[in-house]
Structure formats: C-alpha cells, structure tokens
Ligand binder design. Structure first.
Ligand code: AMP
Length: 271
C-alpha cells in the first residue's frame, strides 16, 4: 500500500499496460468487479482508495463516510499486480479545492441539482489521478451512470489519452445496487431499500408496454409512502442529448431517494 504517489510511481513499469480503478474504499463486490476486469485487461492495476473531500457537498456525509482501509487491503491480498494508493489530502492537493470544468451542463441535472459542486469535485480528483498515473484504461461503474458520462465528457474535452471502460452494476440478491453507504442502514431500512430496484423494473415494463416518457405520479407517491422513504428524483432521461462527447446509449431511468439517513442512487437502461 502506498500513501505517496511518488513512491508508487517508482514501482510502476511505464512500458506495461496500466489500469486505474478509482474508489473511495469500503470495498464491496461492485468495486471488486471493476478490479477483476482491470486485472484481466492490464499488466498493472492501480486501485485508489481515497475519500475525496471536494466531491462532498455535505460535511456530515464526508465525516460519516465509511472508512475500512485494513479490511480493504485484506480483500485485495490475492490479486496479482495490484498497487493500492491510499493518499493523504496533502499528497494530492496543495489546497483542497475543485477546478471548474465545462461538462456540457451534465453536472447541472439529476445528481447535480441535489449535490451542487459534487461533479466538479469528482472531475478534479479523477483528472488528478489520470495526470499522476497516466493509465491506459480506467474503470467506472454504471451504478453511477451520470458520473461515468461526466468522466467520458471531461476526457474528450481535455483530450486525455485513456480508455474509459464502463462496468455493469453489481446488485444484492434483492436487487439493491451495492454501495458503501448501504452499511449505514438499519435492518428495517435495508428491507425498504430492497424495493427501490423493483420500482425501476416496474417503470421499465411500463415504458416498454405503454411508451411512457415520464414516470407516473402514482409510482412517485408509492415510493414516498414507503416507511422512511423520501424521493429526490425518479426520471427518464438520455444523457447523450446534453453532450456531443457521449455516444447515444438510449434512455435510462434514474432514481435518488433517502431511506432514513442513507441516500440511495440507482439507474437502469431502457433498452
Ligand atoms: P465509490 O467508491 O462509491 O466512489 O465507487 C468507486 C467505483 O466503483 C465507481 O466507478 C462506482 O461507479 C463503482 N461502483 C460502486 N458501486 C458499484 C456497483 N454496485 N456496481 C458496479 N460498480 C460500482
């Protein structure tokens, strides 16, 4: 494990393929699926574990974000050619601030409306990691589809030479998308959270059968009526309409909702 990027760079062979998997740690099988793919496609893989302060719009969320570095290192012990980078703020930032990016307004919709500044924080840290490690391939989850689209847009606009590779969402048995924040939920909340994905599937069926272009109000009410549940958005959208840097991958459904004090986001393709 390296906390200094300069030390890590001394161990990387620049003539070999480098894959990068940026994470905030508390690794679960969603993260591990990205890491497995990266290991299978690259000769060296850098896994970054860093709770990046610039992407948190809520100081309490940053404070209580789960941090489990020892167990993360343990989970990665059997992977070959992995370099774990778990930096301090100082190793990355002279001053902890986000840069400004032109993201074709992709940062103003959906998550951007509810988490102002979040995506410029994400873009700042990911650009920094690209700059340090100069990876051939970088792996991101569709679980955060808007984030993935923003990274693709940033890469195209800045002319960064990296393949951005999208990886499918890994789910729990009841369909809940795996997330480090899920561990904050009580048993009761966890049961409710398991219903979120069912609403996405139900809406997808409606879309396919009735060609709806909006989520019906009755479905929105149903979610808000679940115990401890508060919906932020539940929308059909196609992110490629905002940015010419994106290929058209068709409509998707996006959802964000609070279950108790835990915020859940998810999305599915409507293809
Ligand atoms: P995070 O640690 O939450 O910042 O996530 C690090 C990376 O893992 C991001 O590219 C996420 O989109 C991805 N990721 C998180 N959860 C999942 C999941 N359930 N399935 C697939 N990828 C995921």
């Amino acid at each position: 494990m390296f906390s200094s990027h300069k030390e890590l760079l001394k161990s990387l062979d620049s003539t070999k393929l480098v894959g990068l998997v940026p994470t905030m740690g508390s690794l679960h099988n969603g993260h591990l699926s990205l890491i497995k793919k990266a290991v299978s496609e690259n000769e060296q893989v850098v896994v970054t574990i860093y709770v990046n302060p610039t992407q948190f719009n809520d100081i309490n969320d940053l404070k209580k974000y789960p941090r489990n570095l020892e167990s993360d290192i343990h989970k990665l012990r059997n992977y070959k050619n992995i370099f774990i980078y778990s930096p301090t703020d100082k190793d990355l930032y002279q001053e902890v601030v986000s840069k400004n990016y032109d993201l074709d307004n992709l940062d103003k919709i959906l998550e951007g409306k509810f988490r102002p500044g979040h995506f410029s924080g994400v873009a700042t840290i990911v650009e920094k990691m690209f700059d340090i490690f100069n990876p051939d391939n970088a792996y991101f989850g569709e679980k955060d589809f808007q984030q993935l689209s923003i990274i693709k847009t940033m890469v195209k606009k800045l002319g960064i030479k990296v393949n951005v590779i999208s990886c499918e969402t890994i789910r729990e048995a009841d369909g809940l998308a795996m997330s480090s924040r899920n561990e904050h939920m009580t048993k009761g909340e966890r049961l409710i959270a398991g219903k979120i994905n069912k609403f996405l599937i139900k809406a997808k069926e409606l879309y396919k059968n009735k060609k709806i272009d909006k989520i019906p109000v009755s479905m929105i009410d149903e979610i808000n009526n679940l115990k401890n549940c508060k919906l932020e958005y539940f929308e059909i959208d196609n992110l490629s309409k905002y940015s010419s840097s994106l290929m058209d991958e068709g409509d998707r459904i996006f959802i964000a909702c609070w279950v108790g004090k835990t915020r859940i986001i998810d999305n599915i393709t409507l293809k």
